[in-house]
Design a protein around this ligand. Sequence first.
Ligand code: ADP
Length: 484
Amino acid sequence: MKLLIAASEARPYAKTGGLADVTGALLEEFRRMDIEAYLFLPLYRSVRKRFDLSDTGKEVSVPVGNRRYSGRIFSHGPSTFFLECDDFFDRDDLYGGARGDYQDNAARFIFFDRALLEACRVMALYPDVIHCNDWQTGLVPVYLRELNREGIFRRTATVMTIHNLGYQGLFDGAMFSLTGLPQEWFVPEGIEFYGKVNFLKAGIVSADIVTTVSDTYAGEILTPEFGFGLEGVLKRRARYLYGVRNGIDTSDWDPRNDGHIPARYHASDLSGKAECRRELIRECSLRMGEKDAPLVSMTGRLSMQKGIEILLESVDEILSMGARLVILGEGDSFFQRRIEDLGAAHRGRVYVKVGYDETMAHRIYAGSDILLMPSLYEPCGLSQLIAMRYGTIPVARKIGGLADTIEDYEPLKGCGTGFLFKEYSSSSLTECLKRALCVYVDKRRWKRMITDAMKRDFSWRRSALKYAALYRKAMKMGTGERVS
Ligand code: ADP
C-alpha cells in the first residue's frame, strides 16, 4: 500500500502540539510495517534552518485566487517531502505569533493542499490513500475530486482525521474565491459554514473515511456539547466515522532510557524516579513542608480547553492539602499572566514556567507524583499517556481520550491507573485530588498504581494496525459508495 500523510506538523520537523507527535510516530510505525508511507509538510523557516534537506529539482506552481505561487520540492530521507513557498512559509511561526494567527492562513493552506496534489503529479507519486490531518489539510479531498481531470487520482482514497474539533480553519466567506473551487461547493452541504469557509468541514464532507483520536471523542462530537456546531454534519457521516486512539512514541518517552532526566528507572525499580523527584524539587526551588508532600504538575497548552480556569480556581485548596504545584505551558496571554502571577504569589509552593521546554517536560513527567488534566474537552490527550509511562498518576476529567485511557481507581479492588471526575468544576477537581491523596499516603497501594500505570501499553502498534485496516476499507469503497 502506498500512503501519503498530509499534515501541517510532524515530529521531529515542526511541532506546536500533539498533532506533530501523532503524525511523526505514526509514520515511523508504518515504515516498520509493510506500508510505503510518505509524509508531506510545508517548508517552514525552522525546518530549513535545522535540517539538511535535498532539493529534488522538481517544482510546483498553483494558483491561489488570481495569483500563481511556485516553489520547489525538498526532501529529507527517501520519503519525507517539503513544499516550498517562501511567501507563505518562510516565517518565524507555524500559524501565527503573539499578535494572533497569520492573516493569510487561508491562502497558505489553500496553497499547500493544492500544491500537494500537484507535487504528486510532478513526482509521479500516485498514493492509494492520502491521510489528511486537521483543518490545514481539509481541502485535499475536495481538490482530489475537482482537479482530477486527468484521472490520475481515480484510485486514491482519502481519510480525514480530526485531532481537535475546536480548530476548524474558519475564514471569511470572501476567502472562498481563493480556493478556485466551483461555486457549488460553497453551500451548507459543502464547505460553507454560516456564510464562512470551513476547511475542516470540507474534509469531513468529502473524505471517504473520517476518524478522530479516541472512541469516546468519536461519540462526543456528535453532540452539541462537543460538536462545535459540526455535530449535524458529523452525524450525517456517522457511518464512516471511526475512533482510533492515539499512542505515544515509546522510544522517545521511556524512563529506562531518557537522556533528559537525572536518573533512569523502570517499573520494578523506582529508585530513579525518587531521584528525579528530588531533582525536580531542587530545580523548582520548592519548599516541601511535610517531607512527603505530593508533587502535582501540569504540562500543556494554556488554553480554555485544558481546564486552566478550574485549575486556577482550585489552587488555594490544592495547596491547603499540602501539595506542591509545578506548571509548564504556553498559550493564551491572559492565562500566561494569571499563571505567572500565581507563581509569584506562592513562591516555594508553586513553580511556574511559561514557555515551550521539551527537557523540562520530560523532567516534570518523571519527577511528579500526580499529573492534572482537568480538560474542558480532550480528543485523546498525550500528556496522560506519557505521565502513566513515567509512573505519574493522572487526575483527569472523565471525557474523550482521558476516559478511554485512564482506569479510574477502584478502592475495593485496589487497582486503577488514575483518578477521574465527571463534572467540569473546581470542586469536582479538588474532590478527585483528595481521593487520590487518600491513596497516595498508603505507600503500598500507591506503588501498585504506579507499576500498573507503567505497564500499560500505549505504543502505536495497535492503532497503526487499525489505521491500516481503515485505509484498506477506504480503498475498497468504490466511487459509488463515496460521498458526492
Ligand atoms: P494538545 O491538545 O496540545 O495536542 P496533547 O496532550 O495531545 O495536547 O499533546 C501535547 C504534547 O505537547 C505533549 O507531548 C506535551 O508534553 C507537549 N507539550 C505541551 N506543552 C508543552 C510545553 N510548554 N513544553 C513542552 N512540551 C509541551
